[in-house]
Design a protein around this ligand. Structure first.
Ligand code: COI
Length: 357
């Protein structure tokens, strides 16, 4: 079947739900924009993309994604600039990462034109849902899942790629208390930790809940072999400022290669800070803390943006970190990143994809 990418056919809502949205009080992930993009893969080909009203999908109980987890997703954001243009942040990087996840989960790659044109048309149609409010954004959720109704274990032959969007405020409303996970493991070398696969998140829920019951918002994952080195946190990559240097675990097959992570490292380097991507032992953090050299800790992610960490718990010790306002590197980078995303400064890294309305 030939895919007509000139204009994706759209079946539009008869009445928008936008009046349900209070721009000054947006909770993360609870209200969804009017439309979604849907594209099916069958007979070895992607079919004609379609835009339709956001709504339920009908699925067979035997849908293979539900049983065996061939399900991957992305998270990205769009903002409005002062002229009302829509600015998507680094969508091509999300496109590439989705296909890296697809490869790992034995799923077909999504073509760039379907991804990009689908996004552009969807965002044009739902432009009113991109919040102009400071600190808010339109969160974009592209995802793909296996749709064979077959319960044998093998890669599905049919898939669905969908994109829906939702206006969001902050994911974490306050500086976080996190604790180092001493027992459970998120990902091991040779596994699928670098893929944005739904199962990675499902398997993390029980350990996270146990930490929450102990009074922490999130946990810090450590390496699968020794529980000695820092990996990432629930929905974020992790960064620390130790003795004036920005330090983060290296990209590897066990952690998600965050796009916000890369943006923060790039901006910090631009500002002249020393950046080190290297293994960080928990013992190093404790020693730095005791010596007064652990100056900042924060998470990075699309949803989380830059999420400050107030407390890190490890082995009976609550490390209380310096006040948020004293954190030079993360605060400077957060402001610079926000200005790029909202078109307030020149985008020298070519990260912004502009949709002029
Ligand atoms: C994101 O930061 O976009 C994520 O995907 C994390 C989470 C909301 C699952």
């Amino acid at each position: 079947m030939s895919v007509d990418m000139l204009t994706i056919p759209a079946k539009c809502v008869s009445e928008s739900r936008i009046s349900e949205l209070d721009y000054n009080n947006i909770e993360f992930g609870k209200i969804f924009s009017d439309h979604m993009l849907v594209v099916d893969y069958k007979d070895g080909e992607w079919q004609q993309p379609q835009i339709m009203p956001y709504g339920n999908m009908s699925l067979s109980p035997a849908t293979s994604a539900i049983h065996y987890g061939q399900s991957i997703f992305e998270g990205m954001k769009a903002y409005k600039d002062a002229n009302g243009d829509i600015l998507m942040f680094r969508p091509l990087d999300n496109f590439k990462r989705l296909n890296i996840s697809a490869e790992r989960m034995c799923m077909p790659e999504i073509p760039e034109d379907i991804f990009m044109q689908g996004l552009e048309q969807l965002l044009r149609l739902d432009a009113a849902w991109v919040p102009p409010t400071d600190g808010c954004a339109l969160y974009i959720r592209p995802f793909m899942f296996a749709t064979d109704d077959f319960i044998g274990v093998r890669p599905s032959s049919n898939y669905r790629f969908t994109v829906f969007t939702c206006p969001v405020g902050a994911y974490y409303g306050m500086p976080l208390k996190v604790a180092v996970e001493p027992h459970y493991v998120r990902s091991a070398e040779g596994g699928a930790g670098y893929a944005k696969a739904a199962g990675n998140y499902g398997a993390a829920l029980l350990p996270a809940r146990k930490m929450q019951e102990r009074g922490y918002h999130q946990l810090i994952w450590t390496d699968a072999k020794e529980h000695k080195y820092i990996e990432e946190s629930g929905t974020m990559n992790l960064m620390f400022v130790i003795d004036g240097k920005l330090v983060t675990p290296p990209a590897s097959t066990t952690i998600l290669k965050g796009i916000t992570r890369d943006s923060v490292l790039t901006l910090a380097r631009d500002m002249g800070y020393t950046v080190e991507e290297r293994k960080i032992a928990i013992d190093e953090l404790v020693e730095a803390y005791k010596a007064g050299k652990l100056q900042e800790a924060f998470g990075t992610g699309t949803a989380a943006t830059i999420a400050q960490i107030a407390t890190i718990h490890y082995d009976g010790l609550d490390m209380e970190l310096p006040a948020i306002e004293d954190r030079e590197i993360s605060n400077r980078v957060a402001v610079a990143l926000d200005k790029i995303k909202t078109g307030k400064v020149e985008d020298i890294h070519n990260w912004v994809y502009r949709i002029s309305l």
